[in-house]
Design a protein around this ligand. Structure first.
Ligand SMILES: Cc1cc2nc3c(=O)[nH]c(=O)nc-3n(C[C@H](O)[C@H](O)[C@H](O)COP(=O)(O)OP(=O)(O)OC[C@H]3O[C@@H](n4cnc5c(N)ncnc54)[C@H](O)[C@@H]3O)c2cc1C
Ligand code: FES
Length: 357
């Protein structure tokens, strides 16, 4: 089971005015635990005025960079991201869980594939990790990145992307779409919408031969891009998503059933396995599996509590739960019985769940 480890901050570098790249080093022999797959993220925890916050940040380093690095963009009024941008410094210690997430596809050194990445703002971080790793480890493959930003001065990793174009000449191409800065080509100004993608697929991107597309950015942008990819003939299995937003539409909370909430019909017995041991708890059917575990002093993993990050994933072995939001699990995982425990309420009177699988 994933647990928090201490990481030493080695470097904090500004990439643009309101974003930092943080280089981290695992301490106390935890290096192996932080051996990541391209596109994965780390979940940090920190106390802010006595309240523990957990926030996830994607690893932006490639597998062959030999470092662990995340990119954190400051969100206006955001607690963790503002602190990281203003106060975090080399020598500090951060606590993080080992890398998690499934925003990647397996690489094959002999494959000659065409990849297409879409990133919006800070959504570049996992896509950068994926594209660097892919270009290095699949020498016959190509990668096209469509990167959306407000203006030139808000492009994270701009120089690094230019350097990659030179290093992987002919195999890596980047199209910058800027919301407010006019560009020579009209199509490259404005928002990345379904219509804009359709235009890009006409003359700029050879969509018919794309094997896999990666999308990470604001949700409306992601939905528009996915619709355009589907219209262009791509199958859902070829499209990988990573959603960053913490306030999700569809983040419904079950209405608490005030009357008779403790009556037997509104209660369930949940056998919860974590770290190899099982506790059976009695819980309300208006309580999530995650909260039931935490309420019973079980140290279940979580981060966003919004159905976005998948840190809280568990597997339902018996009984039925209602998962009210899912922005993280793939269809095949759901078919195998995996659920986001922060979004799952018991439906049957008995459920058996396992966090260790
Ligand atoms: C899998 C995953 C990967 C991610 N990777 C990255 C990454 O690589 N880089 C990156 O920059 N981000 C990433 N994120 C987003 C990141 O985790 C945080 O959500 C983001 O940094 C904001 O956190 P915060 O603590 O700064 O803001 P928060 O304090 O959570 O605030 C978020 C917003 O809510 C508003 N708000 C806060 N409290 C209130 C309130 N009481 N009432 C009304 N509004 C309020 C704030 O003003 C702000 O606009 C990722 C998210 C996920 C799920
Ligand atoms: S804690 Fe992020 S999906 Fe449940």
């Amino acid at each position: 089971m994933a647990r928090f480890h201490e990481l030493t901050v080695k470097e904090v570098r500004k990439t643009i005015r309101d974003a930092v790249v943080v280089t981290l080093e695992p301490t106390n022999g935890a290096a192996e635990d932080f051996d990541f797959t391209q596109g994965q993220y780390l979940t940090f925890r920190r106390d802010f005025d006595g309240e523990e916050l957990r926030r996830s940040y994607s690893i932006c380093a490639g597998k062959d960079d030999g470092i662990l690095q995340v990119g954190i963009k400051r969100v206006d009024g955001g607690a963790f991201s503002t602190w990281a941008n203003e106060d975090l410094k080399p020598g500090d210690t951060l606590e993080a869980m080992p890398p998690m997430g499934g925003f990647y596809t397996p690489l094959d050194p002999g494959a000659a594939r065409q990849y297409l990445g879409f990133a919006g703002g800070s959504g570049i971080t996992p896509v950068l990790s994926i594209l660097k790793t892919t270009l290095e480890r699949e020498p016959l493959s190509t990668f096209t990145l469509v990167y959306a930003n407000k203006a030139v001065n808000s492009i994270m990793f701009r120089e690094e992307l230019e350097d990659l174009k030179n290093t992987y000449m002919g195999r890596f191409n980047v199209v910058h779409i800027l919301e407010s800065d006019a560009q020579e080509i009209d199509l490259f100004t404005g928002l990345v919408t379904e219509e804009k993608c359709a235009e890009l697929f006409k003359g700029w991107i050879d969509i018919e031969h794309v094997d896999t597309a990666f999308i990470c950015g604001p949700e409306p942008m992601m939905l528009g891009i996915a619709a355009a990819l589907r219209s262009a003939g791509m199958d859902d299995s070829q499209i990988k998503f990573e959603l960053f937003a913490s306030a999700q539409p569809g983040r419904l909370k079950r209405k608490a059933e005030s009357k008779g909430a403790s009556a037997t019909g509104n209660q369930a017995s949940a056998a919860i396995t974590l770290d190899g041991s099982t506790q059976t708890v009695t819980m309300g059917k208006d309580v999530t599996i995650l909260d039931a575990a935490l309420d019973n002093a079980m140290d279940a993993p979580f981060a966003c509590k919004a159905g976005v990050c998948s840190t809280c994933r568990c597997r339902v072995l018996e009984g039925e739960v209602d998962m009210v939001a899912n922005h993280a699990l793939e269809d095949y995982e759901v078919e195998k019985g995996y659920v986001l425990s922060c979004q799952s309420f018991p439906v049957t009177d008995r459920v058996v769940v396992d966090f260790d699988q």
